[in-house]
Design a protein. Structure first.
Ligand code: HEM
Length: 471
């Protein structure tokens, strides 16, 4: 091709041609103004729609521009206090405005959470969208038929027979952590969260990929683990810093650069492991060799999953689900376990009873190790765990965006109010658990609220550390 074909539309010399520059500038300015006006009008319509939809529900000191952003304290123990106070004043629902346009109807009560959670309304893209570049359109985020199909394909992964051998993995990983504590901290205090978090990552790497990373003992050597850590931390930082809600602003910052770098690392790792496992499986098939590992890991489940038409998950879907389970599985469990240890350390009377229960069970067994069947024989410990998840739920807040209207109990207690499609509903699990109209002395660590007698007559939607309903 001759170079003349590629004559640039704007030659450098024309830059000095003022009318030409003026024309470009004016065009851009007009397009920019049109875009800004239509966006502003769309946002205004959203504001009016939410104001109309939530008109019957109480609202507290809303600033016309900032909404409640200046009042809501994020990322601290104060947040719990704040949400509990709101639940005390507004036992069922109130409105939360994040700036001038984005509103959520916040539910604090089993009666208002139930209608939302009983349906399979989609997750709110506003918050869940922040993890989408990492996880893809997966079980956690997806909706409709895609969610339904993948949920069905993944359900075998939670069968007892699959989970049973994992207890040995958890024991092994916990022993590694305990050995570390015995060696390093025989007299001092332990900042345990990081250790517990590495232990849960170690467990997951074995349960998901059957990979031994030694991440508990060689902390900084595994780039995949480091990247998973970085991404989890950045998701939380982003949610806690409103300017980072904007993709454009976030990606222009150093955090945005680190996010992209960590994403490349995590996706690259998952791709490689999936590819290697597929090759190994094909070789085994050709040679007629059966499964060699002691247990079926999550990757096996995903690779072997088939729908009613015999169709499996694509490589991209497998990668996304693996990444999701790494994300969903490590921080939640690390937070849950750390709080349990904290609570029983603070309330030694309960700790002593847990210890006695475990000692008694061990005396009856010939092995000095907890196994799957033992888990149901530890009712006191189970109550202590439940109570810890009650006070400190690892997933404190979930959200939905309505795809169809739903009926909600009226805040006055008389009849129902219909919330139209398109509105966002916030479900602060932590607010429900600390709601004094639902729980007696919600701030007190009291495992006995979970005895069978004390649980009688309680709404199944009063205690939701793992959420409820189809999701
Ligand atoms: C103490 C530990 C855990 C807690 C408290 C917890 C809590 C939750 C909650 C509240 C939800 C609902 C989220 C929503 O509605 O938006 C959820 C969903 C989910 N969790 Fe967990 N989780 C825990 C551990 C795990 C683990 C270990 C895994 C996997 C290895 C996992 C995988 C998932 C997945 C895939 C979903 C999405 C389900 C769906 O929408 O169909 N979670 N979890």
């Amino acid at each position: 091709m001759g170079s003349s074909v590629f004559k640039p539309l704007i030659h450098l010399s024309t830059i000095t041609n003022y009318p030409y520059v003026d024309f470009i500038f004016v065009t851009f300015a007009v397009l920019f103004i049109i875009n800004a006006v239509t966006t502003f009008y769309r946002l205004l319509k959203m504001r009016w729609a939410s104001e109309k939809a939530f008109a019957d529900f109480p609202i507290e000191n809303r600033h016309p521009i900032f909404g409640h952003v200046l009042l809501v304290k994020l990322n601290s123990e104060e947040t719990i206090q704040d949400i509990a106070e709101r639940a005390d004043i507004f036992p069922y629902t109130d409105q939360l405005w994040l700036g001038p346009f984005h509103a959520l109807l916040i539910c604090y009560h089993p009666d208002t959470m139930k209608p939302v959670l009983s349906s399979s309304e989609p997750k709110d893209e506003f918050t869940y969208g922040m993890v989408k570049p990492w996880l893809g359109d997966v079980l956690l985020i997806s909706k409709g038929s895609k969610w339904f199909r993948n949920r069905r394909l993944l359900t075998p992964g939670f069968h007892f027979d699959i989970l049973r051998p994992y207890v040995h993995i958890f024991n092994e990983c916990t022993h590694t952590m305990m050995d570390k504590w015995m060696k390093q901290y025989d007299n001092g205090m332990i900042e345990m969260f990081e250790h517990v978090s590495l232990m849960t990552l170690d467990s997951l790497m074995k349960c998901i990929f059957s990979i031994e990373t030694h991440c508990q003992t060689e902390v900084s050597t595994n780039p995949y683990i480091t990247a998973v850590y970085e991404l989890s931390e950045m998701v939380v930082n982003r949610i806690n810093f409103p300017p980072y809600f904007s993709d454009l602003i976030f990606h222009l910052t150093y955090s945005g650069y680190k996010w992209r770098r960590a994403l490349r690392q995590v996706h690259g790792h998952s791709k490689t492991v999936i590819h290697q496992r597929k090759q190994a499986l094909e070789e085994q098939k050709e040679l007629g060799i059966k499964h060699k590992r002691k247990y079926i890991d999550f990757l096996d489940i995903l690779l072997e999953a088939r729908d009613e038409n015999g169709k499996g998950l694509t490589d991209q879907e497998i990668q996304d689900e693996v990444d999701t389970f790494m994300f969903e599985g490590h921080d939640t469990t690390a937070s849950g376990i750390s709080w349990i240890l904290y609570n029983i350390a603070k309330h030694t009377e309960h700790q002593r009873k847990c210890q006695e229960e475990i000692d008694e069970l061990m005396e009856q067994k010939d092995k000095d190790v907890i196994e799957w069947d033992d888990l149901s024989k530890l009712p006191y410990l189970t109550m202590c765990i439940k109570e810890s998840l009650q006070l400190h739920p690892p997933v404190p807040f979930i959200g939905r965006k309505l795809s169809k209207p739903i009926e909600m109990p009226s805040p006055t207690g008389n009849g129902k109010v219909t919330i139209p499609a398109g509105e966002r509903i916030g479900l602060p699990i932590i607010g429900l658990h600390h709601n004094p109209h639902v729980w007696e002395d919600p701030e007190v660590y009291n495992p006995l609220r979970f005895t069978p007698e004390n649980s009688k007559g309680r709404s199944p939607h009063a205690y939701l550390p793992f959420s409820a309903g189809p999701r």
